[in-house]
Design a protein around this ligand. Structure first.
Ligand code: AMP
Length: 275
């Protein structure tokens, strides 16, 4: 199998695109959150490329790789409508030939919080994004705040591996009731969907209490009381935005991060405290 040969048409198309080129990596099942990244990229760059690839490397063995929502037709129509210049939707075998064995290890940052819950997740994310950056060679990489730890991991990857792309983080897009848009919201039952809004409410409560001078622990207790009894909380913490180490006092840039299960569905949310 010759991967360079398989990628040749994409490379030829990319060479024709006007610079600066913005790049939005996605796993498809597109919603208004993904489209916001495209919109910001369109505003700031002369061309926009989007990748659509459900990356098997970032899913654990017991996770939802098989049932992750996929709708290529709908996604490509949305992207065409949004004025995307290039859609890169590689086959799994193009990205991972059968004897693939080279990974990007992100170190300690990839072992905390999401990395503790999903031990091989960030290795998979970092590996696929490094590969995508090599193929696309964008000027700007657009990432959603929604996946806060991913923004820290990928900002570090770009610096550590000397990619010349700039990283731009785009604020989380939410439903009217505050629930962060996510492709995984499709898994929620009506009751779980109603309970899921309390994750954002808990984060807001925690920030309010911290700003009012309470300790992180006291603020956390107040936040937990806001959470639905249906939620199984995994973590709720104040962390440094770059290292994801815990903070005992508010020292921006920081994230208040939360993860909880609603039924079988694990949801993430965060507040970004820039100053
Ligand atoms: P995914 O398809 O889940 O891998 O997400 C692709 C990109 O879209 C990532 O950079 C996500 O952080 C971003 N994203 C996902 N949900 C949202 C949202 N609600 N608002 C803004 N960006 C998002």
């Amino acid at each position: 199998m010759n991967v360079a040969h398989e990628l040749a048409p994409t490379r030829a198309q990319l060479e024709k695109l006007a610079r600066p080129l913005g790049f939005v990596p996605t796993m498809g099942a597109l919603h208004a959150g993904h489209l916001r990244l495209v919109e910001v990229a369109r505003r700031e760059c002369k061309s926009v490329a989007v990748s659509l690839f459900v990356n098997p490397m970032q899913f654990g063995p017991q996770e939802d790789y098989e049932r992750y929502p996929r709708d290529f037709e709908a996604d490509s129509a949305l992207l065409a409508q949004a004025g995307v210049d290039l859609l890169f939707a590689p086959e799994s075998t193009t990205m991972y030939p059968p004897d693939f064995s080279t990974f990007v290890d992100v170190g300690k940052l990839g072992t905390r919080f999401e990395g503790a819950a999903r031990p091989t997740h960030f290795r998979g994310v970092a590996t696929v994004v490094a590969k995508l950056l090599h193929v696309v060679e964008p000027d700007v990489l657009y990432l959603g705040q929604k996946d806060a730890q991913q923004t820290a991991v990928l900002t570090r990857l770009v610096r550590d591996l000397n990619f010349t792309t700039r990283v731009q983080i785009v604020e989380t897009v939410r439903e009217a009731d505050g629930l962060a848009l996510s492709s995984r919201n499709a898994y929620l039952s009506v009751q779980e969907r109603a309970a899921a809004t309390t994750l954002y409410a808990a984060l807001q409560m925690m920030l309010k209490e911290i700003r009012a001078g309470r300790s992180v622990e006291e603020a956390r207790e107040a936040a937990v009381r806001v959470l639905s009894s249906q939620a199984r909380l995994e973590y709720l913490n104040l962390v440094d935005a770059q290292t994801f180490s815990r903070l005992q006092t508010l020292r921006p840039p920081a994230f208040l991060i939360g993860a909880a299960r609603f039924g079988r569905t694990r949801l993430l949310d965060n507040l970004w405290i820039r100053e």
